[in-house]
Write a protein that binds this ligand. Structure first.
Ligand code: EPZ
Length: 417
């Protein structure tokens, strides 16, 4: 298992390119199951394990998926299977997004129920209730859910919570259902907008993606398309927070500041100077951060995926900050590891109170999930001395060549194989 060795306490300085968004690329790649015509998805973070797992998922279902640099070409090889393999679903929960397109096209799908994960229970009831509202029947069998509906019906589906995955699964299904489906209380994340743009290129008509009401006019037959994925706002946010913690001046290219308004506003309140233009964001930080409390919320609120990185930044603040997690029930695993570096954090339920310290010190620490791993990396960059992070495979799920990108900003990060 790889480890990252970080010599911290050095300000960052340099230009870092931002990759395409993992969480936009995954549903878009899976939505290629809607058509037998070729699709090319560009600006994919193809070095990430989750993208490779998605390629394997598509192949296990009967597609040919070829990685060409940052693009994935998906082609038909004949008929598709309607059963997703458990060994892939257990590695990547987003595999459940195959249910929508396969159910809509073939009237039957069998998907393993993804279990819980390090950050919460993560049930899929909102996805399933949505399919039921479109006329599907479901039965549970040996850890799998079997959904059937000779023909899904268009109509109005109201979600009890704006789940990102459920919105994506239902939009993708609705794209292949002739007629108008309206999803209310939909998630508004930029990744939903990107999926809507892709489905529209396939021949469906999606309006309102990015608002709480998404309307999909589906078609029985969809065609191929070429699409460029949006920049990864969580990767960009992670690098900005890293620069605020380690101090210095970092410029991100290929980034979209419009997707990070809540985060940039919070960064400015810490005392950082943030500037942006078309396709770039720059952050300068010259002092100890002021404490800034955040509460995670669905988009456009402060993203849960940047809660752990934010907590890492607040461990160095000049005062107390509150960090509230409202989206996942168990997303503070990083707090105990940060404490090993000298952080002062009291966490209970969904609230953590962080008392900033002047300096963290390097230590051997362990990543427990993707964004917790990113938080440890940020703390390590700012800390005095050497930190060794183990279980780096978690970080590799969401950050392409992270040590190379950070090296471009002058960080001393080395990967031990
Ligand atoms: C997506 O997960 C992202 N993953 C997550 O990113 C992100 O943290 C999350 O959205 C929230 O922004 C991908 O896009 C692949 P949800 P998703 O359905 O779709 C509950 C990362 O680090 N819920 O919006 O699974 C659920 O348990 C990952 O890149 C139900 O109760 O998120 C959670 O508490 C981690 N029933 C909340 O809703 C359901 O049927 C939000 O989940 C569905 C969700």
């Amino acid at each position: 298992m790889d480890r990252l060795v970080i010599e911290g306490g050095r300000p960052l300085s340099g230009t870092v390119p931002v990759s395409g968004a993992k969480n936009a690329a995954l549903p878009i790649l899976i939505a290629t199951l809607l058509t037998d015509e070729p699709c090319v998805v560009e600006n994919c973070p193809t070095a990430l394990r989750d993208i490779r797992t998605t390629v394997r998922l598509l192949e296990s279902l009967g597609k040919r998926a070829t990685v060409e640099g940052a693009a994935v070409r998906v082609e038909s090889t004949g008929s598709l299977k309607t059963q997703a393999p458990y060994d892939i679903v257990k590695q990547m929960r987003a595999s459940v997004l195959a249910a929508g397109p396969l159910l809509a096209r073939f009237g039957l799908v069998r998907v393993p129920i993804p279990g819980g994960c390090a950050i919460g229970l993560r049930p899929i009831d909102i996805h399933l209730k949505g399919f039921e509202a479109m006329g599907a029947r479901r039965i549970a069998d040996q850890g799998d859910i079997i959904l059937s509906a000779p023909r899904l019906k268009p109509g109005v589906v109201k979600l009890r919570f704006p789940s990102v995955g459920a919105t994506e699964n239902l939009m993708t299904a609705a794209a292949a259902v002739p007629g108008r489906t309206v999803i209310r209380n939909a998630a508004r994340e930029p990744e939903i907008e990107d999926l809507g743009a892709f489905l529209t290129k396939l021949g469906a008509k999606v309006t309102g993606a990015g608002t709480a009401t998404v309307t999909v006019e589906g078609r029985a037959r969809l065609h191929g398309a070429r699409h460029k994925v949006i920049p990864d706002r969580i990767e960009a946010g992670t690098f900005l927070i890293a620069a605020a913690a380690a101090r210095g001046l970092v410029r991100l290219t290929g980034a979209d500041a419009g997707h990070l308004e809540a985060v940039i506003a919070a960064l400015r309140r810490t005392g950082a100077t943030v500037k942006s233009g078309r396709g770039w964001i720059e952050l300068r930080m010259e002092r100890r951060p002021k404490p800034v409390s955040v509460r995670t919320e669905p988009y456009p609120g402060f993203p849960t995926d940047l809660q752990a990185p934010w907590m890492a930044l607040m461990t160095l603040a000049a005062g107390f900050a509150k960090v509230r997690e409202t989206v996942f029930e168990n997303r503070f695993m990083h707090a105990a590891e940060l404490a090993r570096m000298g952080a002062q954090i009291a966490a209970s339920g969904g609230t953590a109170v962080v008392a900033g310290v002047e300096r963290l010190s390097g230590a051997p620490i362990m990543a427990s999930d993707l964004r917790a791993g990113a938080a440890l990396l940020i703390a390590a960059l700012a800390a005095k001395g050497r930190t060794v992070i183990s279980r780096v495979y978690h970080i590799d799920r969401g950050y392409e060549a992270v040590e190379k990108k950070l090296a471009r900003a002058g960080a001393r990060v080395e990967r031990l194989k």
